[in-house]
Design a protein around this ligand. Structure first.
Ligand SMILES: *Cc1c(COP(=O)(O)O)cnc(C)c1O
Length: 368
């Protein structure tokens, strides 16, 4: 029997521990902890990778979202439409920017459903926040059209989608600003919290620059009330190394996804996320491999017995199902999906053999 953890936290350090220790030592020996060379290098590398004008490392993905919304001018009295199937941080960011999150349904690919967004637009709607969930970028064409038609801004939660593309355009580059997270289990994970905002808008960039560092301008004076939300220079140094090898990580994830499809494509009891070659308009990076499964809880117990650990995102509840937040949603697909959704292991410590084993266990469960 194998022992396959859902995520292998030691691996993200141990796979190249000597290089990371060397980088860490060099940075610390220089006493370069906050807003130093490594951060500037990482921001330049991120701009280069995504082909954008501006990138700012910040404390985490949640702050990246809050600052993006504030920089876009979203605040009290505004409504922002966001899918209910997302991490609570997406809606919390809207709340902390002073606006109201309005929750939309998702479709079969688990991403924001544009029909649902359209029904939720009111005179107060100021922006749409698509969440590029699980490493896939939504079909942005109808979302962009809707935004143009109603004069809405787009601020992307691309925290799970660094490097993912729709029609050759990167997640995070469709709207006024895009937010990324470098939480350890994200596809580009550092050894703690980290995040970034990207934008092609000079005015938004100027706001982010101020917001993330106490509102301090280049003249050393405080221009506005800001936050303390900088990306640690040590984490930036680690991320510099990781970004150089990032294409390998993406390739690995896509080959694991392909393998899952080869083995499970004919199992009618499970709905898989779209495969890597399913649609040439999409380039998915498989932050997660989120399936829907019949008899989900029994399947998870069966896999667990075979040594395969799985999880359910958000503890099994989407945002409108957290009663204490007091948010409602007319989200029929999301409602049904939450009875069946779960994540299979998907990370760079996993081998194709591991996937074969996991799929064998799933096929056995369904008597295939
Ligand atoms: C991880 C994540 C965030 C928040 O990122 P943190 O770095 O943990 O603050 C926001 N939205 C989504 C969809 C995420 O997966």
């Amino acid at each position: 029997m194998r022992n396959i953890p859902f995520f292998n936290y030691p691996h993200i350090f141990c796979e190249h521990d000597e290089a990371y220790c060397k980088a860490l030592t060099e940075t610390c020996r220089r006493g370069a902890y906050i807003m130093q060379q490594e951060l500037a290098e990482f921001e330049a590398a991120l701009r280069g990778y995504l082909g954008v004008q501006h990138a700012f490392g910040c404390a985490d993905g949640t702050m990246a979202l809050i600052m993006s919304l504030k920089a876009a001018g979203i605040g009290p009295g505004d409504e922002v439409v966001v899918p209910s199937h997302t991490f609570v941080a997406s809606a919390a960011a809207i709340h902390h920017a002073g606006a109201t999150p309005v929750l939309a349904d998702c479709g079969r690919d688990h991403l924001i459903d544009v029909g649902s967004v359209k029904r939720l637009i009111t005179p107060k709607t100021k922006a749409i926040m698509p969440v590029q969930l699980n490493g896939r970028t939504a079909n942005m064409d109808p979302i962009m059209s809707l935004a143009t038609e109603y004069g809405l801004l787009i601020v992307e939660d691309s925290c799970q989608a660094l490097g993912s593309k729709f029609r050759e355009r990167f997640a995070g580059t469709f709207g006024l600003a895009g937010a990324f997270s470098f939480y350890p289990s994200k596809t580009l994970g550092c050894f703690g919290d980290g995040g970034a905002v990207i934008t092609n808008d000079d005015a938004v960039a100027e706001q982010i620059r101020l917001l993330r560092d106490h509102g301090r301008g280049p003249d050393g004076k405080v221009w506005m009330f800001g936050f303390n939300s900088r990306l640690d220079n040590i984490q930036a140094g680690i991320l510099n190394l990781k970004l150089k090898r990032y294409h390998e990580a993406v390739r690995t994830r896509r080959s694991l996804a392909r393998r899952y499809h080869e083995h499970l494509g004919d199992v009618g009891q499970v709905l898989l996320p779209p495969g890597p070659e399913a649609d040439p308009q999409h380039f998915d990076i498989y932050q997660n491999f989120e399936i829907e499964a019949e008899r989900r809880d029994d399947l998870r117990a069966h896999l667990d017995k075979d040594g395969v650990k799985t999880i359910i995102q958000w503890g099994g509840f989407t945002i409108h199902q957290f009663e204490k937040l007091g948010l409602r949603a007319d989200a029929p697909y999301t409602e049904e999906m939450t009875k069946r959704f779960m994540l299979l292991p998907m990370n760079t410590a996993l081998s194709l053999d591991d996937v074969d084993y996991i799929c064998g266990s799933i096929r056995q469960f369904y008597g295939k």
